[in-house]
Design a protein around this ligand. Structure first.
Ligand code: 16G
Length: 184
């Protein structure tokens, strides 16, 4: 199977996002187009399967034992819908993915057929902590959801991460987050 470099979504969507316009400060200054020395921030591509994409995800939760075929099929599905914005940060010297986050667009009839954004699977590998990558990814996807005309953007996170997300303007809502799990 050819796991190629075709991006999951149009890379230029990430180019003109101005993270400093969103009350989030970076020191030293980094941006989606300049995420730091030896790093690139870009859409996921199939070849990232071999660059440790799942290793990074496994720092968040159980990933299961996903084969190349399963990955490729899921990637194709996500790409075909046009509603999945999985971004990765690659360490270009190592050829390894070191961080990732996902924006999913949900379509509604309410609010004049609006769209809602969901931030999911925000993970920075342990070795790359302290490079502001989590901040950059969340800021990037939050701005992207605004650019895509979402009326709101939501996420679920561990209580210890609440303060982190508050920096981007996320706040607790009156509604309770509920779930029913069918398997882990
Ligand atoms: C966190 C993630 C969520 C992910 C879940 C996995 C963020 C903001 N939240 O809540 O996206 O799906 O962990 O946990 O990254 P689970 O395996 O217990 O469902």
């Amino acid at each position: 199977m050819l796991l190629d470099e075709t991006p999951l979504f149009e890379p230029s969507l990430l180019q003109d996002l101005d993270c400093s316009s969103d009350n989030v400060t970076f020191s030293p200054l980094i941006s989606p187009s300049r995420p730091g020395e030896g790093l690139v921030l870009r859409p996921l591509c199939m070849a990232d399967f071999k660059r440790g994409f799942f290793k990074v995800l496994s720092e968040l939760t159980q990933t299961g034992d996903v084969t190349e075929e399963q990955f490729a099929k899921k990637f194709e599905h996500m790409k075909a819908t046009g509603d999945y914005y999985v971004v990765v940060v690659e360490d270009t010297n190592l050829g390894q993915i070191v961080a990732t986050a996902t924006l999913i667009i949900e379509h509604k009839f309410i609010h004049s057929c609006a769209k809602r954004g969901r931030v999911e699977e925000v993970v920075v590998s342990d070795e790359c902590r302290g490079k502001q990558l989590g901040k950059l990814l969340v800021s990037t996807l939050t701005l992207l959801s605004k650019k895509l005309n979402c009326y709101k953007i939501t996420l679920e996170c561990a209580p210890k991460n609440v303060a982190f997300y508050q920096k981007f303007g996320y706040g607790a809502s009156d509604e309770a987050y509920m779930q029913r799990r069918f398997f882990d």
